[in-house]
Design a protein around this ligand. Structure first.
Ligand code: HEC
Length: 442
C-alpha cells in the first residue's frame, strides 16, 4: 500500500488515503453525534462510533446513505437544521465510502468504554462540578462520562446519567428545576453541552461545540439560554429549546473558562486565561465591554443572586467583586467598577460560589480548604477544611446553610456554611473492589 500514493499522484488524486479516524470521525463527532448518539438516536442511528454507523438506523446500514443525506439527495438534508457541510468535507466522506468505508482507528485510540453506559470505577474520580437542585433535595455531581444525581436525604440510590463526554466540567439547574445542563467534552475531540429534562432525567439535547472541551457552562434564570466558554477563545450562547447556537462572542484572546448570566438574562459575563472579564449581549453574542483591570488569569466567576454584581478569581489568588455596570462609560478597562477585594488564598482560585441569600461568597482552588466570606464586608466567616488536595467545585444549598465541595480527592463534603463544621462526606460513585481486594483476577 505504501507505493499507492505515488500512483494516485500520477492520476492526479490526493496523496493521502481517506481515513475514518483522521478525516471522517472528527466531522461526525462535531456535526452529527449531538443527535445521533446512544442517548438520542435520531432515526435509530448512532454516529458516535464506527459500529453505530455500520449498524445504521431505520433505513438500514448508513454507509451508503451518508453522502445522500449530506448532499440533500435524500431529505431532510443532514446535519438537520444546520448549514450543510462544506463541499470538501462531503467529498472526503464520499471518497472514504468509495474506498470501502473501513475503520482505521489505531488500537491505542479505541474506546475502552462504550458510549452511553455507566462507568465502572476502581477509585474515586476527580470531582469537577456540583450543583444543588433548586428545591434542595438533590445534588448533581460530575463523574467520568456521566452525571450522578444524589438525593440528599439518602432516600434513593443515585441516578446515573451517562453521556458522551469524557469529562463534565460544569453543572447547573434551571431555576424551576426542570432542566439540568452540563458542559464538558472529550479533550481535543469535541465539546458538548448536555441538556437533561427533569425529573425524567432524559437527555433532551446534546449540543456539540468546537473540537475541544467547553468550560464554565451556565444557564440564564429563565432557563432559555446556556452560555459556554471555549478553547477557541469564544463564548457561545445556545437556545435551550432548539439547541441552536444564537450567539458567539470572540473578543477574548485566550481560553474562556467561566461564564455567568446577568440577573435579567440579557447579558453574560465571561472570564478566561486572557485575564479579562467581558460583557456580552446574550441575544446577539455581541461583545459589549471589559469589566476589569487585567491581573492574573481568571478561572471562575459567580454572580450575586439578585444583583448585577460578580465575583471573579484565578491565578493571583484574590477574588474581586465587580459591578456589571459602570457609573459612566470608560474607554479602557480600569477598576472603577471594583467594589471589593477578598484576602489572598493559599492557592490559585478554581471555583467560586455566591450564596442564594446574597450574604456569603465561597472561594476554593488549589489549596485544600474553602474559605467563606461575608459578601458585604469582605470579612472571613469560616474555613471549611478536610480535603486532602485541590478543590474544583463549590455550591451553596438553596437555603444557603450548606456548602458542598468536591475536588481532586473524589469525596463530596457537605459543610455547615456558617461554622465550617463538616456534616457529611461521601464518595459519589459506586466503587468496584480492585482485583487485589477481591482476592484475585477477574
Ligand atoms: C439536529 C439533529 C440532527 C443532526 C445534527 C443530524 N441529524 Fe441526521 N437525522 C436527524 C433526524 C431527526 C433524522 C430522521 C429524519 C427523517 O427521516 O425524517 C435523521 C436521519 C439521518 C439519516 C438517515 C438514517 C436512517 O436510517 O433513517 C442519516 C444517514 C443521517 N441522519 C446522517 C446524519 C449525519 C451524517 C449528520 C451530521 C453531518 C447528521 N445526520 C446530523 C437528526 C439530526
Amino acid at each position: 500500500m505504501r507505493t499507492l500514493p505515488v500512483l494516485w499522484i500520477a492520476f492526479g488524486l490526493s496523496a493521502a488515503e481517506p481515513s475514518y479516524f483522521r478525516d471522517v470521525r472528527p466531522v461526525l463527532q462535531r456535526q452529527c453525534q449531538g443527535c445521533h448518539q446512544p442517548n438520542l438516536k435520531s432515526s435509530h442511528l448512532d454516529l458516535a462510533t464506527y459500529e453505530g454507523l455500520k449498524a445504521g438506523g431505520t433505513r438500514g446500514p448508513a454507509l451508503g446513505l451518508l453522502v445522500k443525506y449530506l448532499t440533500g439527495e435524500m431529505k431532510p438534508q443532514m446535519p438537520l437544521g444546520l448549514p450543510p457541510l462544506p463541499p470538501e468535507q462531503i467529498e472526503l466522506i464520499r471518497n472514504w465510502v468509495a474506498a470501502g468505508g473501513n475503520d482505521d482507528t489505531p488500537e491505542e485510540a479505541r474506546e475502552t468504554v462504550s458510549a452511553g453506559t455507566p462507568t465502572i470505577y476502581f477509585q474515586p474520580p476527580v470531582l469537577t462540578a456540583l450543583a444543588f437542585s433548586p428545591d434542595g433535595k438533590m445534588l448533581a455531581v460530575s463523574g467520568n462520562r456521566e452525571i450522578l444525581l444524589h438525593t440528599l436525604d439518602g432516600s434513593a440510590s443515585p441516578r446515573r446519567l451517562p453521556g458522551l463526554s469524557d469529562t463534565v466540567l460544569s453543572l447547573a439547574f434551571s431555576r424551576d428545576g426542570s432542566l439540568l445542563v452540563a458542559g464538558g467534552g472529550t479533550p481535543a475531540r469535541f465539546g458538548e453541552i448536555q441538556i437533561w429534562d427533569l425529573p425524567a432525567a432524559r437527555l433532551r439535547r446534546s449540543v456539540m461545540l468546537t473540537g475541544d472541551t467547553v468550560f464554565g457552562v451556565s444557564i440564564s434564570q429563565d432557563g432559555s439560554r446556556v452560555a459556554a466558554g471555549c478553547t477557541d477563545n469564544t463564548v457561545r450562547i445556545v437556545d435551550t429549546a432548539s439547541g441552536k447556537e444564537v450567539g458567539k462572542m470572540g473578543a477574548h484572546e485566550n481560553w474562556v473558562l467561566g461564564t455567568v448570566f446577568g440577573v435579567d438574562g440579557k447579558r453574560v459575563v465571561s472570564v478566561g486565561r486572557d485575564r479579562s472579564a467581558k460583557l456580552t449581549d446574550a441575544a446577539s453574542g455581541a461583545f459589549q465591554e471589559n469589566l476589569n483591570l487585567l491581573r492574573g488569569e481568571l478561572a471562575a466567576v459567580a454572580r450575586h443572586p439578585s444583583k448585577d454584581m460578580v465575583v471573579v478569581g484565578g491565578e493571583d489568588r484574590i477574588a474581586y467583586v465587580y459591578l456589571m455596570d459602570r457609573p459612566k462609560n470608560m474607554k479602557i478597562a480600569d477598576d472603577t467598577t471594583m467594589i471589593r477585594k477578598l484576602e489572598r488564598q493559599n492557592g490559585v482560585i478554581a471555583a467560586l460560589a455566591w450564596s442564594p441569600d446574597g450574604g456569603r461568597i465561597a472561594v476554593a482552588g488549589a489549596a485544600p480548604e474553602v474559605n467563606v466570606y461575608d459578601a458585604g464586608t469582605g470579612a472571613r466567616v469560616t474555613a471549611c477544611t478536610g480535603h486532602t488536595a485541590g478543590i474544583y467545585s463549590v455550591a451553596f444549598s438553596p437555603d444557603s446553610a450548606t456548602l458542598a465541595t468536591g475536588g481532586f480527592d473524589g469525596t463530596v463534603r457537605l459543610y455547615d456554611a456558617a461554622t465550617g463544621a463538616l456534616k457529611k462526606a461521601f464518595v459519589p460513585v459506586p466503587l468496584e473492589k480492585s482485583a487485589s481486594e477481591s482476592g484475585g483476577l477477574r
